[in-house]
Design a protein around this ligand. Sequence first.
Ligand code: HXC
Length: 258
Amino acid sequence: MAYETITLDVDNHVALVTLNRPDALNALNDQLMSELADCLKGCQDNEKVRCIVITGSEKAFAAGADIAMMKDKSFVDVFAGDLFTPETDQIMRIRKPIIAAVSGYALGGGCELAMMCDFIICTETAKFGQPEINLGVVAGIGGTQRLTRLVGKAKAMDMNLTGRFMDAAEAERAGLVSRVVPVKKLMEETMGAAQKIAEKSMISVMVVKEAVNRAYEVPLREGLLFERRVFHSLFATEDQKEGMSAFLEKREAQFRDK
Ligand code: HXC
């Protein structure tokens, strides 16, 4: 599929997906969401890809769902059409790690898309928000749910009820982002993190993603049991033997995803 609203570059085992609707600050419309879901599925199936980075422009990661596209829709249009649900379900099924590299605005669906990624690295200029309340609606793809789990009820209520934006420093304090870097360093820092992940055993990497995400789905005791069992199961892999041998032999591990 040739993409018009995103670009894809695969280099050194990292897929860089760039949202590319500059005239609308990368607002998410049907075409962009469908291309993004298709592209990520392609990355999942592409053996050369071991980590994925999603980014936008310096001014905006994404300023939300496309308001012009939504304005005249009826309840039945969005209910029966299930706006963005198939695409977000597909994104959530990606088993390879996805990092969001956020500069500028990550608002509404843009903030929600960033939160669908496994972690967020942002610039000092980043602004996160769920301003849907200003449009007479509410967040629709995770802004009341993922944000609450990430930053807690107080800030999630504040952001969703007032529509105010959170700057990078607050986002880091609140646990929404893992790192804040100067604008010029965003891609170097994010691609460095992606590269580090790409060097690990893909089996362990995919297990980490499943296990951490499980922490949000199940009670602690069940989560700990899941973790213990996947830890045990990794002893069935060649990569466990290689990783531990390499440590003891004081050399770099050569993982083979087996
Ligand atoms: C459509 C958008 C847009 C959006 C910006 N634009 N955000 N178009 N949908 N979400 C367009 C503007 O209309 C404008 O087009 C151009 O991008 C530049 O935006 P400006 O407003 O002129 O820029 P600026 O003054 O710098 O303000 C930036 C901004 C503001 C603060 C980010 O654009 C803004 O508030 N945007 C809307 C944010 C928002 O409400 N997001 C939530 C959407 S609802 P023209 O043609 O005039 O140059 C949502 C629901 C998700 O996300 C759930 C789905 C299931």
